[in-house]
Design a binder for this molecule. Structure first.
Ligand code: ADE
Ligand code: ZN
Length: 350
């Protein structure tokens, strides 16, 4: 059954926030280093004997005013430098997963940026083992599933991405896929054609950030050259009608991040965000938090603020949650289980 066949009763606007917060959902676009709250940055810096160029948590939080993606990335990579030991990666990931579980996220696929850490002398195994142990413990302690997607940073050359893949080879059983992130404009997907082809041969899932700030042409090349299975962001697709048709025809998921787009000035306001346009055009869009510690809200804030600003309905809520499970990389049986739980939730919400 397609999501459009599941008729959802109309829910009054004042009851939508409760519906959105309590519905089960998957988070598919979340950089785990972007979950580092200023308090955690300060406590990890202290634990690891590092000095920060900010006098207090408040001063650091005040620095979170961004003009564009690059101005954010400068602060984000600096914040990630407090992560040194396996336990740091574990603590960061488990803190996010515990928070996500309270928001009824039942499955999360987490991006991580190993090059940010290996460039500082932190070993790949320190990063992957810490994050993976948190994913395993989340299942036992929180009743949710979580998996890892390793991102290559596109501001560095493809040669570095190949080295990163080589370092990750012993840990591929702990990684479900690869992605492409960091500064987009001037770093098109096709620069990473060979390393993505190799990852495809290795049986890894493939995703890429495209059309966050960059043009529709980058989405085309993520699809046709990298052969990705999901596009991260993709909101610039609305500028190209033949690309929109292609995305609909291929049921290509877009992992949209409304509060990120607002904070990085991709849209001037949430009311101007094009999520409703994408959904109403038949695109398999999902809602995600990207870097919630930096963008002023975790997943439920993304849902509630976007619905309040754009007039999305309970039918859209169902479609978004359903899309999040359909677009996830869990196996077919798990997907069915998640969708059954979602349907039960919507049948009994009153
Ligand atoms: N790394 C962390 N957040 C990102 C974003 N929104 N775009 C590109 N790279 C990122
Ligand atoms: Zn992102």
């Amino acid at each position: 059954m397609s999501s459009n066949e599941f008729r959802v009763p109309d829910v009054a606007r004042d009851r939508l926030p409760a519906l959105l917060c309590a519905m089960p959902k998957a988070e598919l676009h979340m950089h785990i280093e972007g979950s580092l709250e200023p308090e955690l940055i300060f406590s990890l810096a202290q634990r690891n004997g590092l000095d920060l160029p900010y006098a207090s948590v408040e001063e650091l939080r005040r620095a979170y005013a961004f003009a564009d993606l690059q101005s954010f990335l400068d602060i984000y990579y600096a914040g990630a430098a407090v992560l040194i030991h396996e336990q740091d990666f574990y603590d960061m990931a488990l803190a996010y997963l515990a928070r996500a579980a309270t928001e009824n996220v039942t499955h999360a696929e987490l991006f991580f940026d190993p090059q940010t850490h290996t460039a500082r002398g932190v070993a790949m195994q320190t990063v992957v083992n810490g994050l993976h142990r948190a994913c395993v413990d989340a299942q036992r302690q929180l009743g949710m599933t979580a998996s890892l997607i390793m991102c290559f940073v596109r501001h560095l050359p493809e040669k570095d991405a190949f080295e990163t893949l080589e370092q990750a080879m012993p840990f591929l059983d702990k990684i479900i896929g690869v992605g492409l992130d960091s500064g987009e404009v001037g770093n098109p997907p096709e620069n990473f054609a060979r390393v993505f082809a190799r990852c495809r041969e290795l049986g890894l899932h493939l995703v890429a950030h495209a059309g966050e700030e960059g043009p529709p042409a980058y989405i085309w090349s993520a699809l046709d050259v990298l052969k990705v299975e999901r596009i991260d962001h993709g909101v610039q697709a609305a500028k190209d009608s033949s690309l929109m048709q292609r995305l609909v025809k291929d049921k290509m998921p877009l992992t949209v991040c409304p509060l990120s787009n607002l904070k990085l000035c991709v849209f001037p306001s949430l009311a101007a965000h094009n999520l409703k346009t994408l959904l109403d055009a038949g695109i398999v869009a999902t809602v995600n938090s990207d870097d919630p510690a930096y963008f002023g809200g975790y997943l439920n804030e993304n849902f509630t603020q976007t619905f309040a600003a754009t007039g999305l309905t309970s039918q859209h809520a169902y479609t978004l949650a359903r899309n999040s499970f359909e677009a996830s990389f869990v196996d077919a049986a798990a997907k069915h289980g998640y969708v059954d739980r979602l349907n039960d939730y919507f049948e009994t919400f009153s």
